[in-house]
Design a protein around this ligand. Structure first.
Ligand code: PLP
Length: 388
């Protein structure tokens, strides 16, 4: 069977594949320490689950508006005003099947064949694939530890051509954990406005920041940049709702109306009763978000201390999300070899940096308990010693 060209040109998700392999090994009785998860290891808070159960009992089981339940769209707009200083109304919000779907809908709605999309590396691995799926051209701008893995305004400016349509910004970042400061965002916003391009700000990790670091939304930095900003976010990471599949886009009206038409002809509305859980997440107590963040604070401290003590590895302490991006260049292994050997020899699952645009790094997720962290770091230490 001849498949469409667009699907043969994209890579399968390596993160999902490695997580699946580690889970399969676990089911075979192997004692795996997994640092591959891209999701909080907590259950969804009770009051959120209760709201979805109640919605089921109340018969919220039918088709809803394609763009989302009006109550949820309003709750998201209110949250964006309150927490992020973004002046949106309910009509500016599209409820989507997770943050992944909101970004994909954005690409379909915005990108014409041949349009260029600027993506700083390391990047979340789905960005370039989504751009390719709509025949856009991903323009990768490498960054390294010398700029703290952040794209500079000069590098952004240099990457812009007459074909550039969109710049993808992810702060806090998966995989590097980097969080851009207000001043850095102001400088990037100036380039976006001066060169008249658009920016999508993927803020899905916004609630998971450390040491008093401020998460700033680039769209809140002035009216000019606000008009050129699209926000993509969701409930998965802050509320431990990965399986619920609820995300959203916030953007100028014309874009949301167009993306809503797309959704009307593709997925229709997100699961109706699940949306009532999301309403409870936004309107209920935010203590659960802080409780989970505190757990990540402790784990981050534990894992960074252990990693810093392992000769041959280096990493920066992340300011946000729940990942550490570890430089493995000294081992002379590429990231796939490193991850495979570590899994086979020490039963430790990590994610290769290659699909994130950095083959001399691996990603370690610390969305796991402290016992696994200690055991896994013991094994990683052994693995590195065996290579000396
Ligand atoms: N954006 C980033 C940077 C992510 O890491 C993820 C998930 O891992 C997503 C978006 C999509 O999240 P979801 O589709 O689960 O809401």
């Amino acid at each position: 069977m001849e498949l469409a060209r667009r699907i043969t040109e994209i890579e399968p998700s390596v993160t999902l594949a490695i997580s699946a392999l580690a889970k399969a090994m676990q089911q075979d009785g192997k004692d795996i320490c997994s640092f591959s998860a891209g999701e909080p290891d907590f259950d969804t808070p009770e009051h959120i689950k209760a709201a979805a159960k109640q919605a089921l009992d109340l018969g919220k089981t039918r088709y809803g508006a394609a763009a989302g339940e009006p109550h949820l769209r309003q709750a998201i707009a209110t949250k964006l005003q309150r927490d992020n200083g973004l002046n949106y109304n309910a009509a500016n919000i599209l409820v989507t099947n997770g943050g992944k779907h909101s970004l994909y809908n954005l690409m379909v709605t915005l990108i014409n064949p041949g349009d260029e999309v600027i993506i700083p590396a390391p990047f979340w691995l789905s960005y370039p694939e989504m751009v390719k799926l709509v025949d856009g051209i991903p323009v990768i701008v490498p960054t390294d530890s010398s700029t703290g893995y952040k794209i500079t305004p000069a590098a952004l400016d240099a990457a812009i051509t007459p074909k550039t349509k969109l710049f993808i910004l992810n702060s806090p970042s998966n995989p590097s954990g980097v969080v851009y400061t207000r001043a850095e965002l102001q400088a990037l916003a100036k380039v976006v406005v001066d060169r008249d391009i658009l920016v999508v700000s993927d803020e899905i990790y916004e609630k998971i920041v450390y040491d008093g670091v401020e998460q700033v939304s680039i769209g809140a930095l002035g009216e000019d940049i606000f008009q050129r900003t699209i926000i993509s976010s969701g409930f998965a990471k802050a509320y431990a709702m990965t399986g619920w599949r609820i995300g959203y886009l916030a953007a100028p009206l014309a874009l949301i109306q167009a993306a809503s038409t797309l959704q009307g002809h593709s997925t229709s509305n997100v699961c109706t009763f699940a949306q009532y859980g999301a309403i409870a997440a936004l309107e209920g107590s935010q203590d659960c978000v802080e409780t989970m963040r505190q757990a990540f604070v402790v784990r981050r401290q534990a894992i960074v201390e252990r990693l810093e003590a392992i000769p041959g590895l280096s990493c920066a302490k992340p300011d946000g999300a729940f990942y550490i991006f570890v430089n493995i260049a000294s081992t002379q292994l590429n990231s796939l070899e490193f991850c495979q050997q570590l899994l086979e020899q020490q039963q430790v699952a990590t994610i290769p940096g290659l699909p994130f645009g950095a083959d001399d790094h691996i990603r370690i997720s610390y969305a796991t308990d402290l016992t696994t962290i200690e055991k896994g770091m013991d094994r990683l230490t052994k693995f590195m010693r065996s290579r000396l």
